[in-house]
Ligand binder design. Structure first.
Ligand code: LMR
Length: 438
């Protein structure tokens, strides 16, 4: 799920000191203030952007010294609403801060509006969106923020934009890390691991410095498992368990293929695990999966299809989509991010589980420790998860799990310099590929 959000200039910038970044960000903030504040306020500081009466009521207090100094708020979102009073009357929950990187990209363009609508965190959960872009994408980021303004979402209370993760991630309770550089022509995978790894190392450090101590981090930018590992290693004060690599899209793809083959609607398919890496070595598990509560093998009586066609279809679905679209999947990726978050904030249906790339430390399956590996998880709906214990293995499954594990261990050796483990040594297996590479 790579998105072209980081221009070479950002990559270059990200290697500079944070004071330089602050300078750029401040410069852009000033520009923003000039460009947008006058557009949205009268001389008396009132907002003229109208709000339907059945939605948010008129702001209680308008422009204060505090809001004037707020560095990064955007347009109408710079207004201070008396959220406390509204919380009481509407029984709203306490506002949560959600940071999104790659915020001007295609995936975000689908995701942000779902977040703002209440579809993800619920109709009683006000949110603040903190959008991270690059210098190159900054204008587009302003465009995104303007569309969010114009959408009049009652639950969307604050939007801020910036290019400095140390500012944007301040107090983040969720960090959805989407922005990454896609592999370009002639670029080795090792180069991609290094370039994106540097971005995620920097973002891990920023989260460690300024985010909530219990921030939940979902890494989407590819190669997402190893990027998540780099991020968590650079954020030692945040529990490793809080970091996820998005493999929910692969799970959704697997469910769709199984439903199609069995001739059922996809809500009848459960207990689908994606094991391992979000790459072409990932293992869509048809041994533990169920259709209408029955083992898949009892419903789909075609072992060859399951072992070959089904598995390959899921592993390479991203690549087929790129061929059709001319770009990486975006809408379905955004949907799967929503699914991934909802699986953590709502209790898992009894007996079922969901896939997420999580840290292997202490896993009960014998998978190598200290990598980010997709495994079956269950949640009580509190943002946390436990690994499912009631899974079975056969030789086919174990063999493939070993292959994807070897790939992740090789990726880890490639980024040793970014995770405090000495000098990198890159011996990636030849067929190591993202789902989109064919
Ligand atoms: C996807 O699975 O659709 C993407 O991760 C493909 C890619 O390689 O960008």
């Amino acid at each position: 799920m790579a998105v072209a959000e980081f221009s070479p200039s950002y990559t270059k910038t990200s290697l500079h000191s944070s004071s330089q970044l602050s300078y750029i960000s401040t410069r852009l903030s000033n520009h923003r203030r000039l460009a947008f504040r006058p557009l949205h306020r009268t001389r008396h500081g009132r907002v003229y952007c109208s709000v339907a009466s059945n939605q948010v009521q008129a702001p209680v207090s308008v422009q204060t010294e505090e809001t004037k100094n707020k560095p990064d708020c955007f347009g109408v979102f710079c207004v201070t609403y008396d959220l406390k009073a509204e919380e009481e009357t509407k029984s709203w929950k306490k506002l949560i801060n959600i940071a999104v990187s790659g915020a001007a990209g295609m995936i975000s363009n689908h995701l942000l509006f779902k977040l703002a609508s209440g579809e993800v965190f619920g109709p009683d959960q006000p949110i603040a969106l903190k959008l991270l872009g690059s210098e190159r994408s900054f204008q587009a980021l302003e465009g995104v923020a303007m569309e969010l303004e114009d959408s009049l979402y009652p639950l969307l209370r604050e939007v801020s934009i910036g290019i400095n993760p140390y500012e944007v991630f301040q107090d983040a309770e969720w960090a959805l890390l989407i922005g990454a550089k896609p592999r370009g022509p002639g670029m080795e995978r090792a180069d991609l691991l290094d370039i994106n790894g540097q971005i995620f190392a920097e973002q891990g450090k920023a989260l460690n410095a300024v985010a909530s101590r219990n921030v939940k981090v979902m890494v989407v930018g590819n190669p997402c498992n190893t990027n998540a590992l780099i991020c968590l290693k650079n954020a030692p004060d945040i529990p490793a368990k809080n970091f996820h690599a998005l493999t929910r899209l692969d799970e959704n793809r697997a469910k769709c293929q199984l439903a199609h083959k069995a001739g059922v609607f996809y809500d009848q398919v459960s207990n689908v695990t994606i094991w391992g890496n979000h790459s072409t070595t990932q293992v869509p598990d048809f041994l533990n999966a169920r259709i209408n509560g029955l083992p898949v093998k009892k419903v789909i009586n075609d072992a060859k299809w399951l072992a070959e066609e089904f598995t390959e279809k899921v592993q390479k679905r991203g690549g087929v989509l790129i061929k059709k679209w001319g770009r990486s999947s975006a809408a379905s990726t955004a949907v799967s991010i929503v699914d991934g978050i909802r699986s953590l904030v709502t209790p898992t249906p009894k007996g079922d589980w969901f896939s997420s790339g999580v840290c292997t430390n202490g896993n009960p399956y014998g998978i190598a420790e200290d990598i980010v590996f997709s495994m079956p998880c269950r949640s009580k709906g509190d943002g946390d998860y436990e690994l499912a214990m009631d899974v079975i293995f056969d030789n086919y499954l174990l063999e493939r799990i070993t292959k994807t594990e070897a790939e992740l261990l090789a990726e880890k050796r490639c980024v040793a310099h970014l995770i405090g483990e000495g000098i990198a040594f890159c011996d990636l297996p030849e067929d190591t590929m993202l789902p989109g590479e064919m």
